[in-house]
Design a protein around this ligand. Structure first.
Ligand SMILES: Cc1cc2nc3c(=O)[nH]c(=O)nc-3n(C[C@H](O)[C@H](O)[C@H](O)COP(=O)(O)OP(=O)(O)OC[C@H]3O[C@@H](n4cnc5c(N)ncnc54)[C@H](O)[C@@H]3O)c2cc1C
Length: 412
């Protein structure tokens, strides 16, 4: 069977790895590199750094199997992921129970209510919560002050202006996944040398087995041609689309549920000093042009880079925000009282399709893998609910490939 895969991110690459030995697979990737959200920059000293901050989690078993197949298990390391809040100009650590108890912007009873909510998160019925907004649910459970001072900065750092439309199912599932932190905080996974090793490894395997990865090759026309498909003028027996459903509909005219998406504008900076008080992930409770400040070198050892690497993360919907790069830089210098030469370099990554927005009743919008003569999988597929992840996209790629193998039996 001759297969076209639209999109060279983790879903497309992981599906291709399953299909390429038995089938003739072409991957079309619009950018000059593969990896999608997990692609990386190469820094001046030859080290790489992800365009968007990444770490993995203890339960990412399919990711670990893939690392093992690519002989990368030896590079997987578990590092301490500390968190904090930046409020009224101060960065407060909020990782260990004593730090949480000392945080001055929540009362003891707010903290107790939040603690109880986390404790109960694994037992809630997320199907029922899919119809309720996170805002209404949380205000009802812990009150308005705890919502504004604790949950709102978290929701803003993940969803920007879409924060009010997110479902309680998403928030409670997230709390359930992330609440096993232990007293010292969570251990998060990273690949020594960067996740670029994973993408390079997958690409290498695919090329070895004859898969063609067409970079700088956006899919721009998709037409049915009898039971086949014509993609950019070439005929295929079927297509796997890993691009957002709305984009596939625009290019092919095929009807799909309109999964709501948001964009991400993420700045990466090299700095001459630490500005995050030794903390990895700082949620901005103060208003800023970024929802979180993620200090990569407070997670991965600083000595590997010789400079402090920081991400400024923001999400948007609709048009790509103008002047974001300058706004972020200006704010950073002013807020942290830095001289301009403290910034050694900066890079900006903008992805208009950075992830779904898990709105109220989102579950009803999750499309099936198999459609009429074609397949669709990606950040919007079942393994990526309630949160898109590397693991979710690897599993989505593998699950859709199984469906495609059954479909392919008729070509044998
Ligand atoms: C800011 C950010 C932080 C993240 N942090 C983490 C984390 O810490 N841990 C974790 O597990 N996960 C994280 N993720 C999620 C993880 O990166 C994604 O779930 C995963 O990489 C998505 O892979 P994908 O292939 O499904 O989608 P994508 O990576 O979006 O791949 C889709 C590909 O399709 C291409 N494309 C689009 N249109 C076309 C077209 N017309 N023709 C051809 N190609 C096209 C795109 O360029 C892209 O390469 C993060 C994501 C973001 C955005």
């Amino acid at each position: 069977m001759k297969i076209c895969i639209a999109g060279g991110g983790l879903t497309g690459l992981s599906a291709a790895l399953e299909l390429t030995r038995a089938h003739d697979v072409d991957i079309y990737e619009k950018l000059p590199f593969s990896g999608g959200c997990l692609s990386s920059y190469t820094l001046s000293k030859g080290t790489t750094i992800e365009r968007f901050y990444h770490h993995c989690f203890q339960g990412d078993n399919n990711l670990f199997s893939l690392l093992s197949k690519l002989d990368l298990t030896k590079d997987l390391e578990w590092l301490k992921g500390t968190t904090g809040y930046h409020k009224n100009g101060v960065t407060f650590p909020l990782t260990s129970p004593p730090e949480i108890l000392k945080y001055p912007y929540l009362t003891f009873f707010d903290k107790l209510r939040i603690g109880l909510l986390s404790f109960r998160s694994k037992k809630v019925d997320t199907v029922r919560l899919d119809g309720i907004s996170a805002r209404d649910y949380i205000i009802n459970k812990v009150g308005e002050r705890a919502y504004n001072d604790f949950f709102l900065p978290l929701l803003t750092s993940k969803f920007g202006e879409n924060k009010d439309s997110v479902s309680a199912a998403w928030l409670m599932s997230r709390i359930a996944i992330r609440s096993d932190r232990g007293l010292e905080g969570e251990r998060l996974g990273y690949i020594k040398g960067g996740f670029s090793k994973l993408i390079d490894g997958m690409e290498g395997e695919l090329r070895k087995s004859g898969c063609e990865i067409k970079l700088s090759s956006p899919v721009s026309t998709i037409k049915r041609s009898g039971s086949s498909w014509e993609v950019n003028g070439t005929l295929y027996d079927t297509i796997l689309s890993t691009i957002p459903p709305r984009e596939f509909t625009r290019l092919s005219g095929e009807a799909l549920p309109d999964t709501p998406y948001q964009g991400a504008a993420c700045m990466t900076l090299g700095l001459d000093r630490d500005i995050a008080n030794g903390i990895y992930w700082v949620n901005m409770a103060d208003k800023a042009p970024y929802g979180a400040l993620i200090a990569h070198t407070n997670f991965v050892p600083f000595k590997r880079y010789g400079e402090h690497i920081v991400y400024l993360a923001s999400y948007f919907s609709g048009q790509t925000p103008k002047d974001k790069r300058e706004d972020m830089k200006r704010d950073l210098l002013k807020r942290f009282k830095l001289p301009s030469d403290a910034i050694l370099w900066d890079k900006m990554a903008v992805d208009p399709w950075a992830g779904p927005v898990y709105t109220v009743r989102y579950r009803e919008l999750i499309p099936k893998y198999e459609q009429k003569g074609y397949f669709i999988a990606g950040m919007f597929s079942p393994p990526n609910y309630p949160e898109r992840s590397m693991e979710g996209s690897i599993v989505a790629g593998q699950e859709v490939a199984e469906k495609m193998k059954c479909f392919g039996e008729k070509f044998e």
